[in-house]
Design a protein around this ligand. Sequence first.
Ligand SMILES: [Zn+2]
Length: 385
Amino acid sequence: MTSVAYLGIAELVTNDPSLGDGGPLGRRTDAGVVVDAGRVVWVGDTADVPATDERVDVAGRCVVPGFVDSHSHLVFAGDRAHEFAARMAGHPYAAGGIRTTVAATRAASDDELRTNATRLLAEMRRQGTTTVEIKSGYGLTVADEARALAIARELTEEVTYLGAHVVAPEFADDPDGYVALVTGAMLAACAPLARWIDVFVEDGAFGPDAARTILSAGRAHGLEPRVHANQLGPGPGVQLACELGAASADHCTHLSDADVDALTGSGTVATLVPGADFSTRSPVYPDGRRLVDAGVTVAVATDCNPGTSYTTSMPFVIALAVRECGLTPAEALWSATAGGAAALRRTDVGHLGIGAVAHLTVLDAPSHEHLAYRPGVPLARVLAG
Ligand SMILES: [Zn+2]
């Protein structure tokens, strides 16, 4: 293996408070990082960088941990641009639009699904993302859910079984029968292919009793829960996620005092996906400020999917988290890196402490603040990882 020193870093964000200032960001100026065998082995001042096989001068740019996108739905076919345009013309979003993508996904070949997911993953990477979670949820049959997970597994370790995205159209008159399938034959086929299980808890999708049944069945098959919660209105999803010890409650757009209380002190991360609030033309965004002030661990993610958030850009999401969710630029960056890692219960990514996986993203800018300050500008790219 070759050791590489990255030096000339105007601002280095490590997310390790012992390595710098700026609180949780662990910031250093005029810094260097040494990577060996795919891991961070040294962090310090550029002037003190030890001898290495290679040296890369980033010439006054900012380096941050690679973004951790802890919520995406990359395995699908088709798009829903017309539905987006209709929403922007004033038509409201309802959860049932998912079925449009289900029909297109079922009709696609494995190669079409793989090619589309690979293209989207490459887009993410071009914008600085180095760790991605991918869900199923557009197949909704045993065979179609299992093949979505098999394709996702080719692309990431963080694979989530989302058979409970909506009730499959064949079960429109028998939702209990669909829950029995999701917790029976479909789970048996999918559990060996996934790490996580997820449920869309929402009017028009699944209620709390079905969700509890599905997540508990998943856990009995070795899958850890995460929940789509409180997206389109107030609901039971967040408190259910906390009760079950889910890794993350995702969306959190409509939270009651009791929801915030449940998240506070729980091991459940609140993952904000403001790209979805943007794309559904939600009248409100999640109140990230309130969550951070309450001491809740907050992540931000793209929720990349063709219906409600067709963005692969973590910098876009960071900008929304700052402008619409009330996070500071520093908090939004932390949430897009360390927060995403927490939502995936990973300690090896999302930071650049000693021993971390060497996922380095460089910004064509002198500081992390430019991510939100210069929205829409392609500043971020993967430097290593
Ligand atoms: Zn989602």
